[in-house]
Ligand binder design. Sequence first.
Ligand SMILES: NC(=O)c1ccc[n+]([C@@H]2O[C@H](COP(=O)([O-])OP(=O)(O)OC[C@H]3O[C@@H](n4cnc5c(N)ncnc54)[C@H](O)[C@@H]3O)[C@@H](O)[C@H]2O)c1
Ligand SMILES: N[C@@H](CCC=O)C(=O)O
Length: 545
Amino acid sequence: MSSFGSAPIPVPANEPVRDYAPGSPERARIEAELDRQLGMKVEVPLVIGGEKVSTSTTRDMVMPHRHSHVTGVAHQAGEAEVAKALAEAERARGPWAAMPFEDRAAIFLRAARLLEDEFRDKLNAATMLGQSKTVYQAEIDSACELIDFLRFNVHYLEGIYANQPISPSSAVWNRVEYRPLDGFVFAITPFNFTAIAANLPSAPALCGNTVIWKPASTAILSGHYIMELFEAAGLPPGVINFLPGASSVIGAPIMADARLGGVHFTGSTSTFKSLWRQASANLDNYRAYPRLVGETGGKDFVVAHPSAELETLTVALLRGAFEYQGQKCSAASRAYIPDNLWPQLRERLADGLTELGTGDVRDFSNFLGAVIDKHAFADHKAAIDAAKAAIGSGVAEVIGGEYDDSVGYFVRPTIIVATDPNYPSMVEELFGPILTIYVYPEAEFEQTLQLCDESSPYALTGAIFAEDRQAVVTAVEQLRFAAGNFYINDKPTGAVVGQQPFGGGRASGTNDKAGSMWNLIRWLSPRTIKENFSPPRDWRYPFLG
Ligand SMILES: NC(=O)c1ccc[n+]([C@@H]2O[C@H](COP(=O)([O-])OP(=O)(O)OC[C@H]3O[C@@H](n4cnc5c(N)ncnc54)[C@H](O)[C@@H]3O)[C@@H](O)[C@H]2O)c1
Ligand SMILES: N[C@@H](CCC=O)C(=O)O
């Protein structure tokens, strides 16, 4: 806090989602920006200590929905740049930690304001072109969710700082200083959410930490504009160091560094486990135990009770499973449907699938773009082929199931109807536009809840659909540990900062709830200070006489 006053932070409200309707001013602006970005090639440097760094190795950035189109090149970090980033993160630590909270807060509040306006189209367009999001999916991510993260984190941190111990006597004053960690933070970010990519480095930075940020190789374009945004907002050099490059080159030396204070990770479960193993192997090197925060994979479920309402269930499955090509960690990827509802639901879903346009995100009539890259395409193709081959032994039918990578990595929305509740796509994460459904006998609702709870290792999001209140009560009870974000009569995606703190347990992560005080607490190392205004002057207890 300032030495000369205590100014309350403006109370945040969620950023309104713009609708980009035909003829709207925002539609005209984003179309112009898309055309502008389509006409250019960007050269993305590393940013270390505020300096833009080029290297001898670059990597092409391509559009998933038109892989022949190169949006630019990204310079790749090597050993020397990793060493420089470690040195810069160390150099900037003292001055940044000494900067008053109001000033750190002002930088991120200014970033939010810049994103509300002049950066909005740039970041949305980059997210659309680089990560193949439709305009709506880009808007809720790279504009609204990111603005919310920036504003709400400031608000939550103010609340944490205000949390102080009691000082019951006039002789003693107790206080807690919420220091940053005793080392730098390594932020490792996924491809699928621009807001997450920005939040993972900026949340620890707001708390006074310096950060080395390794973005996903398939989301560099939006990462580049995030760095421009932070720079425009006045973030001092060295606070966030941007290090695109191969994880094999960047990961090991940073994880082995004695000054590692924490890892802020979002991505797959297997990558997080490998980071945890590296931390454990390096335990004797570290100055302090690093904080390991990871939000990871999911096998998110929808359970319908026989009393569920068909219309809302249909919409929840179509939107929950297929928005952004199912590449949300929260996406509904398995559903348990009672046999009384299945015939009608099947018809509605099959009709819905034929209407979900899949193609170039520059065409606003499409509901889905492409999956992120050739590896994801190959995985989804293999899963669809395997399901078709399993018809009659574990699978009843495959609805949809088309794919084509001649122009872009397109996988059309697909439903696998499994007869085996442990069929691989009922229990393993695929992270694409594939929903697997198991139809259960309507009398077996409680056994089905148990199956849902026990058959997959993940516990990120899940939903119950029921009109019968007792069924809701039973599901809430039986699925207590099956999801960190649980929804009643709503799709399991679309958590909003400030409304539904997000994260899961079991194989889905450490459940530190992004966009909440619980996440920020992980980047703080409290120091308790007791001051005695009248220390004792005699060592004897009164009873010693
Ligand atoms: N739970 C959540 O909140 C959440 C949110 C978004 C995504 N996800 C999960 O993320 C996954 C998809 O994202 P992805 O494909 O980008 O995940 P990923 O694990 O492949 O990559 C995530 C990041 O880790 C880096 N990485 C990989 N190996 C590394 C290593 N050895 N050392 C250092 N860095 C390394 C990657 O380069 C990337 O930056 C899915 O499993 C999804 O469920 C979870
Ligand atoms: N917060 C997002 C998920 C982010 C993971 O990819 C949601 O709730 O849909």
